[in-house]
Design a protein around this ligand. Structure first.
Ligand SMILES: [Zn+2]
Length: 210
């Protein structure tokens, strides 16, 4: 099976769920840039301290620093069946930098039409206390507006409001479409139809990793 994987897909396309499933069923490790940066800063390694100087000044952490952090993290993991890159690369420049250092084998692109994503995200309601997530149509709470698990009042995250969702999608398309072209040209792109049953989508993922 392929072991170095990049996940692509707009917010709400379900790549997080599929990444978790690859973790629980095959032991793949998910590397998220945000988590990794926070961890490095907390542990105070040399690279972590370097990253922190950029973050403290409000600047973007340069690609080579992020990639060095990834290599450090991968080395520390030792033997693992596979690595999933989630949230990086976000631009063609980052993808090129990653390719110079690591052998990415496949980019899984989770494809879901924008109107479906808007529906998924804007009808989502979250519990502020236990973090449970509902959907007004597909997974409504038993009592309108109340969390089934803990009884707290559900709310809509700012992220999930319609205008925010539309902005996030526009940003995603602008930045990521060139990246999809990049992996396609390299013969590494696998398109995953991101609509339907979670297990059916996972079967497509498994097939793409063969
Ligand atoms: Zn709750």
């Amino acid at each position: 099976m392929k072991s170095m994987i990049v996940l692509l897909g707009p917010p709400g396309a379900g790549k997080g769920t599929q990444g978790e499933k690859l973790g629980s069923e095959y032991g793949y490790v998910r590397l998220s840039t945000g988590d990794m940066l926070r961890e490095a800063v907390r542990s105070g390694t040399e690279l972590g301290r370097l990253a922190k100087t950029y973050m403290d000044s409000g600047a973007l952490v340069p690609n080579d620093v992020i990639i060095d952090l990834m290599k450090e993290k991968i080395t520390s993991l030792g033997n693992t069946p596979g690595i999933i890159f989630d949230g990086f690369p976000r631009t063609v420049e980052q993808a090129e930098a990653l390719d110079r250092e690591l052998d990415i084998e496949v980019a899984l692109d989770f494809e879901v039409a924008d109107d479906v994503l808007v529906d998924r995200l804007t009808k989502r309601r979250s519990c502020p206390d236990c973090m449970a997530v509902y959907h007004l149509e597909n997974k409504p709470p038993r009592v309108d507006g109340i969390c089934d698990k803990c009884g707290a009042k559900l709310y809509q995250r700012t992220d999930d409001e319609e205008s925010t969702v539309e902005n996030r999608l526009a940003t995603y398309h602008k930045n990521t479409e060139p990246l999809i072209g990049y992996y396609e040209k390299a013969g590494k792109l696998a398109r995953i139809e991101g609509i339907g049953d979670i297990d059916e989508i996972f079967k497509q993922v498994e097939k793409a990793l063969q």
